[in-house]
Write a protein that binds this ligand. Structure first.
Ligand SMILES: [Cu+2]
Length: 73
């Protein structure tokens, strides 16, 4: 497995983190999600069949949040 780290803005509370968790878990190949609304850090554990970082970004932005590109570490 591989861990993808995304820096997300717009999460205001634990409910936001749960929403991001839920939308990302529906992506094929995603095994685990750890979203922290206090830091904006979202860690996604993916298996071999995951569709790529851009799909994760699209799901997050589709849920109403933003991803800071170039801040993946
Ligand atoms: Cu919230």
């Amino acid at each position: 497995m591989e861990t993808i780290v995304l820096q997300v803005t717009g999460m205001a509370c634990g409910g936001c983190a749960e929403r991001i968790d839920a939308v990302l878990r529906r992506v094929e190949g995603v095994r685990e999600v750890a979203a922290d609304h206090t830091t904006g850090r979202v860690e996604v554990r993916v298996g071999s069949a995951w569709p790529g970082r851009q799909v994760l970004v699209e799901r997050i932005t589709g849920a109403g949040y933003d991803v800071i590109e170039g801040a993946s570490a």
